[in-house]
Write a protein that binds this ligand. Structure first.
Ligand SMILES: Cc1ncc(COP(=O)(O)O)c(C=O)c1O
Length: 481
């Protein structure tokens, strides 16, 4: 068979030429966003129009325009007016480690297919374990996202705390977990994947400050026992997603220890505060947990997707998926920390440790301290600005870089205020200068910001409030639907 196309697809000169073009484009993008006068954060397009555009591009578009079009038609986390979802504005070096990993494409399931990144993964996980206050028997893995890492932790918890080996024998009794009602939905999903069902998820209500109401733990455990459900784990949020409020990890640790439950901390977002001298106190008690999840692609300036799952006792990380796939997984006498496929849900995974390792090598741990501290400080400053403005209402004092607020007007009833804030957010989306999201707290509609970009300043946030005021005032002259 003719192999001209294959030769073309692997042409090194073409790769070089396109690569230089892309690096130039992205370097300009960084310059124009984080360090310059920003363009729109999002050029909003309706889904069906976007679909039509790319169908047309596949047929008639010019390859030369591909990178530019993607840039134009995506949301710019590097723009300081990006204050939306919890993904980092990655440090540019992350794009290079991403490219390196994509080209070399070592599959990481066994040591031979990823020697260097496997060693780096061990170094990164050991460092995180030390920062968490764990000890030398701790071990960790990197995996594709907080969602998968939380599931993996709960599988380890079940293996460790339930007498029946459910992984190998299947279920023979009802099991359950306890978690705050404000926890990320992936914990719920993990429990359902594990077959616990709705009845096995004990949602603990939150206090008026949105952290797990510790006073309700004993009663919920009692309720589970009465129903014959064995609770094997409790999950603390550090912090929870909608509000960015940290649960009291010390109190949860005490409860878990008293009842011999596995204590897992979902620190996907704010576990990164272990690096912040100023904010690590928010994680007090985390050293008493059995496992912790921390996303690199949220508060640690890395590209998607890379998550660390660290176990206090590394043996649990080895027993979670005890099963045979003989061609990959040889049984060994010594601890084979280097065959990652035995300990991850994934078989093939990306060489994600490159991101962590090079950032640490080039800038040291202090860069993580700066990122977390700058962003958490900024949220506090933003809260002060909002408090000082009569037309705005703050939902709670922020503990992290997540902050919810809304435009308020005494003349409107609660339903009208909800509708007004929802329509403000819709207009901001179409406008594209700023990108923020929205959430419901206690049934009230709030605008939600996560300050992810360390180059966002209070001046950008003042501009956001001005823009919201303009939109609201315009809308208040029209009937609210
Ligand atoms: C607290 C928390 N846990 C887990 C997740 C899910 O992590 P990922 O998006 O990496 O799967 C999120 C995502 O926002 C989160 O905020």
């Amino acid at each position: 068979m003719d192999n001209e196309l294959l030769k073309s697809a692997y042409n090194a000169e073409d790769f070089k030429e396109m690569g230089y073009q892309l690096v130039d484009l992205l370097a300009n993008h960084i310059q124009n966003t984080t360090q310059g006068e920003s363009e729109k954060t999002i050029n909003w397009n309706e889904p069906d129009n976007e679909l039509e555009f790319w169908k047309g591009f596949l047929k008639n578009g010019s390859t030369d325009e591909f990178f530019k079009e993607v840039l134009l038609r995506t949301t710019h986390t590097h723009n300081p007016k990006y204050v939306g979802h919890q993904v980092a504005a990655p440090a540019p070096v992350g794009a290079l480690t991403g490219m390196l990993g994509s080209m070399l494409n070592n599959g990481m399931a066994v040591y031979e297919m990823g020697m260097s990144p496997t060693a780096m993964e061990r170094i990164v996980c050991d460092l995180l374990a030390e920062k968490l206050g764990y000890d030398s028997i701790s071990r960790g893995i990197l995996t594709s996202g907080g969602t998968l890492a939380n599931l993996t932790a709960l599988l380890a918890a079940r293996k460790a705390r339930v007498d029946n080996d459910v992984w190998n024998n299947g279920h023979n009794q009802p099991l359950g977990i306890m978690v705050s009602e404000e926890a990320h939905y992936c914990v719920d999903r993990a429990a359902k994947i594990m077959g616990l069902g709705e009845q096995g998820i004990f949602k603990i209500p939150v206090d008026s400050d949105f952290s797990m109401d510790i006073s309700q733990l004993e009663a919920h455990l009692q309720k589970a026992m009465e129903k014959g459900i064995q609770i094997f784990a409790i999950v603390g949020s550090a912090p929870s997603t909608a509000t960015g409020i940290y649960d009291d990890l010390n109190a949860i640790a005490e409860f878990a220890s008293k009842h011999k439950l596995w204590f897992h901390v979902d620190g996907a977002h704010g576990g990164a505060a272990i690096f912040s001298k100023k904010y690590k106190h928010l994680l007090q008690g985390i050293e008493k947990s059995d496992s912790v999840v921390i996303d690199g692609h949220k508060m640690l300036m890395m590209p998607t997707i890379t998550t660390a799952l660290i176990f206090k006792d590394g043996a649990h990380s080895h027993s979670t998926f005890a099963q045979k796939a003989d061609y990959l997984l040889t049984e060994t006498e010594e601890e084979d920390w280097y065959n990652g496929g035995k300990r991850t849900f994934e078989c093939t995974k990306s060489m994600m440790s490159l991101h962590w390792f090079l950032l640490l090598k080039m800038y040291g741990k202090d860069v993580f301290d700066q990122n977390v501290t700058v962003l958490y400080d900024l949220a506090k400053a933003f809260a002060e600005i909002i408090r000082a403005k009569q037309q705005f209402e703050l939902a709670f004092q922020p503990m992290s870089n997540i902050l919810c607020f809304r435009f308020a007007d005494d003349k409107l009833n609660p339903k009208e205020l909800d509708a007004l804030n929802a329509s403000i957010r819709q207009e901001l989306l179409g406008d594209g200068e700023f990108y923020l999201v929205q959430t419901k707290l206690n049934g009230i509609h709030y605008l939600r910001t996560t300050l992810m970009n360390p180059f966002t300043t209070t001046s950008h946030l003042e501009q956001l409030l001005e823009r919201i005021t303009q939109i609201a005032e315009k809308k208040l002259t029209q009937p609210i639907s």
